[in-house]
Design a protein around this ligand. Structure first.
Ligand code: PMP
Length: 425
């Protein structure tokens, strides 16, 4: 395929006519496909069906002898914290295991920071100058929604393929109003990239003007591999401690995409001081988490090898869906030089960068043909992608055949939008 830029106006018009015809035929199929959110498919949830019968009527005593049915143990059961210690990269005493949704923990940490301040700071964040948080882009829309909802200014930072551009980050944190950075360090949502050791080292060691600066380390895809090639992610808690900034990172993770998305466990790991701080705030909010679910997870997953074995079953189900998107994109788009897409080694997303200025149009064309995509701009703070370029493709939920159809349709819309933009230029 020749690059689009090499085509004569006549060749472009001819290409457009062919694509328009295909597009009209696509619309005629009356498709109804949804590629918007990174949800596990029902078959993935079925993998944990056996867990629902656990821990069983007579199995409610935790390792420390307490009754898991009763109130208490805000930090979570020792055995559950031990189970997830290797995932979080912290000792069990520096871990909190809570109810489902790590997003809820992120929310609470932000709100506690705003209302009460964090260790190292002398005032609540809300009582300081208007504060800001660095947002690597493309990024996770719900992080942005949290900041926007609580009036925290967002500063976009470009991703490089090895994490955020650290030159930009290091400059930005010289401003004491900058209180933190969102990070999805492994198989990032949506680019799929994993932070390099150098990125982690610089994040840990950089001089932040705010003494209460926090790295919000959302390691949502810590065990979600799609390949045998597994990038290793440096331990941010150790790196920060070694650099003399032990209270800087707060690590989040969950079993939402390991066991059951709506009934998993969320967890947080950090320095001893941050854990004390968190528990002091959370103690007003609740007497303790659902420890039966914690026992259920321990009985089902057992240990790190059990988690890894379970994740292989997920990979077997969703790997072919990622492959189908890659195949469809390559078949339609390769050579034209109008789009780039990620080939993630793990996680839940593919990033599709379309021709500048056409992402909104691609989403509209797809919608008209019955394919719902995440809105253009969702990967950027305030929903504004200045280049109107980046789309997030979420292939896990629909059936394989539907993913294939949707990806072919998105590729067609991508090329059509690029050709029409070129003809209009
Ligand atoms: N963080 C990231 C980066 C995610 O992609 C998601 C889910 N899409 C979440 C957090 C939400 O996690 P949870 O279900 O634990 O709230």
């Amino acid at each position: 395929m020749p690059a689009l830029s090499q085509l004569s106006p006549e060749a472009l018009s001819e290409l457009r006519a062919g694509l328009r015809q295909e597009y009209e035929a696509l619309k005629g199929q009356g498709l109804k496909l949804d590629m918007t959110r990174g949800k596990p498919a029902p078959e993935q949830l079925d993998l944990a069906t056996e867990m629902l019968a656990l821990p069983g009527n007579r199995d409610t005593t935790a390792d420390d002898g307490t009754d898991a049915r009763n109130y208490g143990n805000l930090q979570g059961l020792t055995e559950t914290r031990a189970l997830f210690a290797p995932v979080l990269g912290a000792p069990p005493e520096q871990i909190v295991v809570a109810n489902n949704s790590s997003l809820a923990l992120m929310h609470d940490v932000l709100v506690y920071a705003l209302l009460k301040g964090v260790p190292g700071g002398d005032k609540p964040w809300s009582k300081q100058e208007p504060i800001a948080i660095l947002c690597p882009v493309p990024g996770y829309d719900r992080h942005f929604a949290l900041c926007e909802g609580y009036g925290i200014r967002m500063i976009p930072v470009p991703m490089t393929g090895a994490g955020p551009d650290m030159d930009v980050v290091e400059k930005a944190v010289a401003d004491p109003a900058v209180k933190g950075i969102w990070c999805v360090p492994q198989y990032s949502n949506p680019s799929g990239e994993t932070y390099s050791d150098e990125t982690v080292r610089r994040l840990a060691a950089m001089k932040a003007a705010a003494p209460d600066f926090r790295i919000l380390w959302d390691n949502a895809y810590a065990v979600h591999h799609l390949s045998d090639e597994r990038p290793s992610l440096a331990n941010v808690i150790e790196a920060c401690a070694e650099a003399g900034n032990p209270d800087r990172p707060i690590v989040f993770a969950s079993t939402s995409k390991v066991t059951i998305a709506g009934a998993g466990l969320a967890m947080l790991a950090s320095s001893a001081a941050n854990i004390r701080w968190y528990l002091a705030q959370a103690g007003r909010r609740s007497i303790g988490p659902d420890k039966l679910n914690q026992l259920r997870h321990v009985r089902f997953l057992k240990d790190a090898a059990g988690i890894a074995a379970h994740m292989e079953k997920h990979r077997a189900l969703i790997g072919p869906k990622f492959d189908a998107v890659e195949t469809a994109f390559a078949a339609r788009l390769e050579g034209y030089e109008v789009a780039r897409w990620s080939r993630p080694l793990g996680g839940y997303f593919i990033t599709l960068d379309v021709a500048d200025g056409t992402a909104t149009k691609v989403v509209a064309l797809a919608a008209e043909a019955g394919i719902a995509l995440t809105p253009a701009g969702a990967t950027h703070p305030y929903g504004k992608d200045p280049d109107d370029r980046t789309l997030r493709i979420a292939p896990t939920f629909p059936k394989l055949e539907a993913v294939r159809k949707a990806a072919e349709a998105v590729a067609l819309c991508t090329l059509l939008a690029a050709v029409e933009a070129k003809l209009d230029a």
